[in-house]
Design a protein around this ligand. Structure first.
Ligand code: MN
Length: 747
């Protein structure tokens, strides 16, 4: 005898009807949870929570005119349908009392315990964030971030919040059109993605339809009309197909039941208005759902159906072998019926069906008798829904504080809510990424450190570069190396996820700040040793000892020697004011005993005693007026003038003091300089703009880009009249975005 049940039939159209039974009572909620909560203490606690809420809300009415308590009753009805535990239902009754009455979280703690108090406290905080704004328009990305953050702490908070929003959407009629639109938009932006990702399809779908009803009332009505108009035709064909399928399954002794379901209005709307389908082209408006007992049955039924009807190519999907990230499992196929009508068929087990309808809630369904531990439960959910941990990490990232909240919302919606490419680690863990993501995105999703040291990957057994785009089903193993140079600007164009982008940017900013800092210390050290050398102090250690004295640090408010050097590098204080403070006298060049030549007033440099000596400026270090200089005696060629710190004359005894001829009119001298910068568009133009503004001629300009680091070195010969002008030019160059060092070159 066949053991099969008679196929039960149910035409489910809940999503397009008005919500049934407005005005439920506590007993309606009780009837739902009493089916799975039997412990008398738990039941008593829920009842007390209801009584407390009823008392606190007594005399208060909603805008729609009903007593306020109807709202928490409806919210609890929704969460009890999802088989939530006693604490969640109690918190559902109490979710508005702290905000709307004189009750405090401490009162709740005393009466109902820590767990319920925690839930009510979280919900109250989320509510307060919203109330701090006068209008919905003030309600910005930052607040959404905080809501997510508040919800992410405990998935039960999300469930209550979703139920709260669902009932508010059901009763939206009583609000002004502006509020209706604003709340509907927020519902689509914030609550629908969460419901979707948690797999709570029933809530997601109703929230979408309700939002659409208020945002696009005309289109909403039009779709209802079209559905209605086609119903008669559809029903005839549908009954025939269902009967034929049921007969065949029945013959094979497989236990099953069958439902048919109309696609949600919102999803029809999306196909019609976002994807430009005609209503009659949307052939999966109606889905036939077959629910059976085992996975094996699912595949058997699929085989029977494919033997009977022609499947539409490319429409078969096996979400049993490959569940969606929200844990949805089912077989999908689309068939052409004998009369030419097309139907989508979904085949799954009872358990899969309950997950498909209530998602994560199906997993944390209240377990009678078992000790309920919310922390364990949360951990369990985080493990099952691998994106959930990303979501929490995301929401607590410091870098999204304040102004960056918009980035956070964009990142959340791009990286988490729109992730639909599923890639495996070698251990079989699924990482979900948005379309177009690369190996490098995958590496960053595993861990920031893995991203930063990634050099390539093995995808499906082949070695591939970091910019390889991943697709669903790829198995990806990241190759890291200690010798990796780490992120560079080029990586920003490789990654697709906002999370990876912001981490790379953070790394580059830190690296630049470090390079900038050490280059400033180096600059300060050069400047101070150079200034000392001009006064005859050639021993670097002696110089460092002199300036490291506490009195020097105190005088210039420096925290350390490095700090002082950094300040000197930025010319505040200047080397000469440090020297002045130390009261340093020039050692080797006592000015008093030197007599300088002044016979040739056209000569830029004057030399001690000499009148007919040929004087030239050295080409190696290109001294300019204002530099500390010294003469070098070349046999038969007269004197070449060098900067005192020029390594080419270091330690030479053939030197003679010289000084700049201050009476000489202005003329300019060539200097070779190098400008170091992080490359970016228009960098050269900005550098040349500085030269133009200072009236400096530029010759022999070269720019060299190191692609690995995206560093550019711009070298050029410029013509300046004094060291002071060169210094000013350097500080203007350092003010250009990306420029971190300017140097004079000694050949
Ligand atoms: Mn509420």
């Amino acid at each position: 005898m066949p053991m099969a049940k008679k196929p039960a039939e149910k035409q489910q159209q809940e999503t397009i009807q008005k919500p049934p039974h407005v005005g439920r009572t506590f007993m309606d909620v009780f009837d739902v949870y009493a089916t799975y909560i039997t412990d008398q203490k738990d039941r008593k606690m829920i009842e007390n929570a209801y009584k407390f809420a009823e008392e606190k809300h007594r005399g208060v009415y909603r805008k729609s005119g009903e007593p306020y308590i109807e709202h928490p009753i409806e919210v609890c009805y929704i969460i009890a349908k999802l088989q939530a535990g006693p604490a969640t239902i109690a918190a559902g009754f109490l979710h508005d009392v702290v905000e709307d009455s004189d009750a405090t979280v401490e009162d709740i703690r005393k009466l109902f315990g820590d767990d319920v108090a925690f839930l009510v406290d979280s919900l109250t905080k989320i509510q307060r964030m919203k109330l701090s704004h006068r209008t919905e328009a003030d309600f910005e990305a930052e607040d959404h971030r905080k809501i997510f953050l508040g919800m992410a702490k405990d998935v039960r908070v999300i469930i209550i919040k979703l139920a709260d929003r669902l009932h508010n959407m059901r009763t939206l009629e009583s609000l002004s059109p502006a509020r209706q639109k604003a709340l509907s938009e927020e519902t689509l932006d914030v609550f629908v993605p969460i419901a979707h990702r948690l797999g709570i399809f029933t809530i997601q779908s109703e929230l979408q339809d309700l939002s659409l009803k208020f945002l696009e009332p005309e289109k909403y009505k039009e779709i209802l009309r079209l559905l209605d108009e086609r119903e008669k035709n559809r029903n005839e064909s549908l009954s025939a197909v269902k009967k034929r399928i049921a007969d065949v399954i029945y013959e094979h002794n497989i236990t099953f039941r069958m439902e048919s379901r109309i696609k949600s209005i919102y999803s029809i709307y999306r196909k019609m208005y976002k994807k430009n389908y005609n209503f009659d082209e949307i052939y999966d408006v109606l889905a036939i759902r077959i629910i059976t007992q085992s996975e094996m049955n699912c595949y058997e039924i699929l085989g029977l159906i494919h033997a009977m009807y022609k499947p539409v190519p490319g429409r078969f999907k096996d979400y049993i072998a490959m569940p969606k990230p929200n844990l949805y499992q089912s077989l999908h196929t689309t068939i052409v019926a004998g009369d030419g009508n097309i139907y989508e068929i979904q085949i799954r087990t009872e358990e899969m069906d309950s997950i498909a309808e209530t998602g994560v809630a199906a997993h944390w369904k209240y377990k009678e008798g078992a000790h309920y531990n919310p922390k364990e439960e949360q951990k369990d959910i985080e493990e099952k829904l691998h994106w959930f941990r990303d979501f929490i990490n995301f929401s607590s990232e410091k870098e999204y504080d304040g102004e960056d909240a918009k980035d956070y919302m964009a990142a959340l919606s791009n990286d988490i809510f729109n992730a639909n490419v599923y890639v495996f680690t070698p251990m079989g863990k699924v990482i979900d990424l948005p379309q177009g993501s690369t190996v490098l995105d995958f590496a960053y999703r595993i861990h920031t450190k893995v991203g930063e040291s990634a050099v390539g990957a093995v995808v499906n057994g082949s070695i591939v570069p970091l910019n390889t785009v991943l697709k669903t089903g790829d198995v990806c193993e990241i190759k890291t190396s200690k010798n990796s140079k780490g992120p560079n600007e080029g990586w920003l164009s490789i990654v697709k996820t906002a999370g990876a982008k912001s981490r790379i940017r953070k790394f580059l900013n830190e690296k630049n700040a470090e390079a900038f800092e050490s280059s400033n210390i180096e600059k300060g050290k050069n400047a101070i040793t150079e200034a000392f050398r001009a006064r005859g102090y050639n021993d670097e250690n002696e110089v460092m000892n002199l300036i490291s004295q506490q009195k020097v640090l105190d005088e210039f408010h420096a925290a350390s020697v490095d700090d002082l050097l950094k300040m000197i590098g930025a010319r505040n204080p200047t080397p000469s004011s440090v020297i002045e403070f130390l009261n340093i006298r020039t050692k080797a060049l006592p000015k008093t005993s030197t007599h300088y030549s002044s016979q040739d007033s056209k000569n830029p440099v004057l030399v001690e005693g000499g009148s007919n000596i040929a004087i030239s400026l050295s080409k190696c270090c290109s001294p300019i007026p204002g530099d500390d200089i010294i003469g070098f005696i070349t046999k038969g060629k007269g004197i070449t003038v060098h900067r005192v710190n020029c390594p080419n004359i270091k330690g030479s005894s053939r030197v003679i003091p010289v000084r700049w001829n201050e009476d000489l009119g202005i003329s300019s001298y060539p200097v070779d300089v190098e400008v170091y910068a992080n490359d970016r568009p228009n960098l050269l133009a900005d550098i040349l703009q500085v030269m133009a503004s200072k009236g400096l001629a530029v010759h022999d300009l070269h720019a060299h880009l190191t692609t690995e680091t995206m560093n550019t070195v711009v070298s050029m010969k410029i013509f300046v009249s004094s060291a002071k002008i060169l210094e000013d030019t350097f500080s203007m160059l350092l003010g250009i975005k990306g420029v971190y060092t300017c140097e004079r070159i000694i050949h």
